[in-house]
Write a protein that binds this ligand. Structure first.
Ligand code: 3H9
Length: 701
């Protein structure tokens, strides 16, 4: 037997046990081991076979590291055929998460039992793939076409109880001991003379599918897919499950899986899967670095940001004290929190009683003395360094020793804030993204004096509250906002050179950005950038620079909140509409500056907006602000809605070719000046070496 799979006979039940830590992925040794064990079990005294797993989970899927490499025999279909064609019933015993190929193994079994805490799912779409081992053919046969489509195109897991209701599992076991529960269940099946239930033998009633069902599913998925191709192919597979015999359906599924596994989208999404996990690791810090216990949290500031952060902690059962300057502000903050939870309840995503429980965990105060006992404070007041320093000096006075003092600042100097206390080792940046209860990214900022265990705690508590964490060093804007400067600047420069706002945003949205930069500025408020620019002395004296953004604010067009900005907004639907007034104003302003307007295509728009971002990222890497290129990709995908199917700006740059990026930046430098376009030395070096950020990361990250 292979090392990763063992087989033993316990009474009349054969036990196939997979042991391939950490998540029992279906590496070649596992596939071979299952095949061998099932073959042995055919000829021994067993009357039923239980397939279970050691460790924390049932099989969590194919081994993703094998994709993109030459296939190794046996393939998964061979192991699944052996299970399905077994002469004795095979029972999958599920604990943890049965995902992807892992759940497909379970679906090939004749019966599936699970403990109550288990989940099953087909998350392949999140890797730009589709279930390639029968998932698209078997799930519609047992759960129905609509449920299968929802499950496979969302990729979201289903808890055991719901899986039972959907017909995905046959039994939810009592207790946590999956192995003995499954043995009992198997014995019961043997005693009752249960048949070999093969999902493949079920026929789907195609007459029950409404005409046009698949076409309308495709249309609905286009928006969610944001340029990804897997969704459409999943619909094709499920259509095949309805219209073709099982073996032909499996063949179709295999064919489309092969197309996806070699696609650039899936490569990008797999890159992000591993990048996300790598970002949690801190260079030079052992994995088992002790973390501080966080049992109670205080948030300073109950505005939109503070309220959102409070919700993140209440959502995982951690009590929060929210501190505001007066009762009125506090009440406003609590009201926003209640409103946000109510929306979640109305959407059916949270039971009403849980909403009350969560709100019950959030208390308010206006007195610093009341937060002396908390383990973590997160300051979330507006961006004013002096105010933040004052607050940290107060925190230093009241907080217990060992409490972590975090600032949610987006730009300010964490070291200067830390210096306002007598305990800079306990000060760290925890930069949440708005809305904090929704956005996945948490950019933790390590100050010069931040203690290792404080950094480790910020990363681990971030994971606990469901965030994807990345670590940044201290600089203006940290990783994400620092890179954004040139992106926003060029979006406006393009207007002066001949684009309309809709053209700029359209190009970036077709690329896959959730929202173009000008529409995004309208959403955030044009006055925000305007005010930030007022205080800056480092900007070139150039009348072209941010001209439209400035003029629009001066006209009272602050973006969505005033009903107009780069666009106008339908007062009823809030839909954005091109505004001919803005378009002619752009032309007039360009004429005043003697600028020649020209037709600009998508390629130039993408290069002008993204290459400054990539160039800044190269500086960030050289300066050691980011630990590795893939962390920057994580920041952009989870914090700035960069399309995951493009893998983040660093991965994208590698795909375009760093020489191409560098040459273009040099071309723009010659056209528009070095004050905007100055190639980063690292980018130049890698371009000349014919290397990539990924290769640099592997050596230095
Ligand atoms: C598929 O199945 C295709 C089939 O339909 C068709 C085949 C023909 N492979 O996430 P964690 C590593 S596609 C390789 O931190 P958690 C991970 O990188 C697959 N490695 O733990 C990490 O390594 P490290 C469909 C994997 O407890 C370590 O395991 N399945 C895989 O927070 C721990 O991971 C999926 O997409 C893998 N499949 O979460 C499921 N999975 O320690 C993907 C994990 O070096 N996996 N690793 O950083 C997950 O969603 C989560 O890992 C899971 C555990 C929920 C299982």
């Amino acid at each position: 037997m292979s090392e990763a799979v063992s087989y033993e006979l316990v009474g009349n039940i054969g036990i196939v046990s997979v042991n391939n830590p950490p998540v029992n992925a279906l590496a070649q040794v596992v596939r071979a081991g299952i095949l061998e064990a099932i073959t042995i079990a055919q000829n021994d005294a067993s009357e039923a076979i239980v397939l279970c797993c050691e460790g924390r989970t049932f099989i969590a899927g194919a081994d993703i590291t094998e994709f993109g490499k030459p296939p190794k025999e046996p393939g998964l279909p061979a192991a699944l055929s052996a299970i399905e064609n077994s002469s004795k019933p095979v029972i999958a015993a599920i604990h943890g998460t049965a995902l992807g190929g892992g759940f497909e193994v379970a679906l090939a079994c004749h019966y599936r039992c699970a403990i109550a805490s288990a989940k099953v799912g087909l998350p392949e779409v999140k890797l730009g793939l589709l279930p390639g081992a029968g998932g698209t053919q078997r799930v519609p046969r047992i759960a129905g076409v609509k449920a299968a489509l929802d499950m496979i195109t969302s990729g979201n897991p289903v808890a055991a109880k719901k899986a039972l209701d959907m017909g995905l599992v046959d039994e939810v076991l009592s207790g946590d001991d999956v192995r003995s529960g499954a043995i009992q269940y198997a014995k019961g099946l043997v005693e009752s003379g249960a048949s070999l239930k093969r999902i493949r033998d079920i026929t789907i009633d195609s007459a029950a599918i409404e005409p046009g069902f698949f076409d309308s599913a495709r249309k609905q998925l286009v928006k969610r897919a944001r340029g990804q191709i897997a969704q459409d192919k999943i619909v094709s597979c499920i259509e095949a499950a309805v219209n073709l015999p099982m073996d032909e359906g499996l063949e179709r599924e295999r064919e489309l899986f092969k197309e996806l596994v070699t696609s650039s989208e899936s490569a990008a999404m797999r890159h992000i899967f591993f990048a996300e996990r790598l970002a949690a690791k801190i260079k030079g810090l052992p994995r088992d670095t002790p973390v501080r216990d966080i049992k109670k949290v205080a948030i300073i500031g109950g505005g939109t940001m503070g309220g959102g952060i409070a919700m993140c902690f209440a959502n995982v059962g951690i009590p929060v004290v929210m501190l505001e300057i007066n009762d009125e502000a506090l009440e406003r903050g609590m009201h926003i929190i209640r409103k946000n939870y109510t929306i979640t309840v109305q959407k059916g995503k949270l039971p009403a009683d849980q909403m009350e429980q969560r709100i019950g965990l959030i208390t308010g105060t206006t007195n610093y003395e009341d937060i002396g006992d908390v383990d973590l404070v997160i300051e979330a007041v507006f961006e004013n360094l002096e105010l933040k320093k004052e607050i940290f000096a107060k925190l230093d006075g009241v907080c217990k020793q060992g409490a972590i003092l975090a600032t949610n600042t987006s730009y300010q100097d964490v070291d200067a804030i830390a210096a306002a206390t007598s305990r800079p080792q306990d000060v760290v940046g925890m930069h949440f993204f708005s809305p904090a209860n929704v956005m996945k990214l948490l950019e933790n900022v390590r100050g010069e004096k931040t203690a290792d265990d404080v950094v480790a705690t910020a990363m681990s508590i971030g994971k606990k509250i469901g965030k994807v964490c990345a670590l940044s060093g201290v600089c203006y804007g940290f990783i994400g906002n620092r890179m954004l400067g040139g992106y926003g600047r060029e979006a406006q420069m393009l207007l002066m050179d001949g684009c309309t706002p809709a053209q700029v945003d359209g190009s970036l949205e077709r690329f896959g950005m959730a929202m173009g930069p000008l529409a995004m500025s309208d959403l955030a408020g044009l006055d925000v950038g305007y005010k930030a620019r007022q205080g800056r002395t480092d900007l070139p004296d150039d009348p072209k620079l941010y001209r439209m953004g400035t003029l629009l604010v001066e006209m009272g067009r602050h973006g969505q909140k005033t009903g107009s900005g780069f666009y106008k907004y339908d007062p009823e639907t809030r839909r954005r509409l091109s505004d001919p007034e803005v378009e002619s104003m752009i032309k007039e302003e360009a004429a005043k500056l003697d600028l020649e307007q020209r037709d600009i295509g998508d390629d130039e728009i993408l290069a002008r907006c993204f290459y400054p971002l990539i160039n800044e990222a190269a500086l960030i890497l050289e300066e050691g602000i980011a630990q590795r290129p893939s962390d920057i990709d994580v920041v952009y995908v989870f914090g700035y809605a960069f399309p995951v199917a493009k893998g983040g700006p660093m991965h994208y740059a590698d795909q375009v070719g760093l020489k191409n990026v560098y040459d273009k930046i040099c071309e723009f430098r010659d056209l528009y000046g070095e004050q905007y376009w100055k190639p980063a030395p690292l980018l130049k070096q890698l371009a000349e070496e014919g290397s990539t950020f990924a290769e640099w990361g592997a050596k230095n990250g």
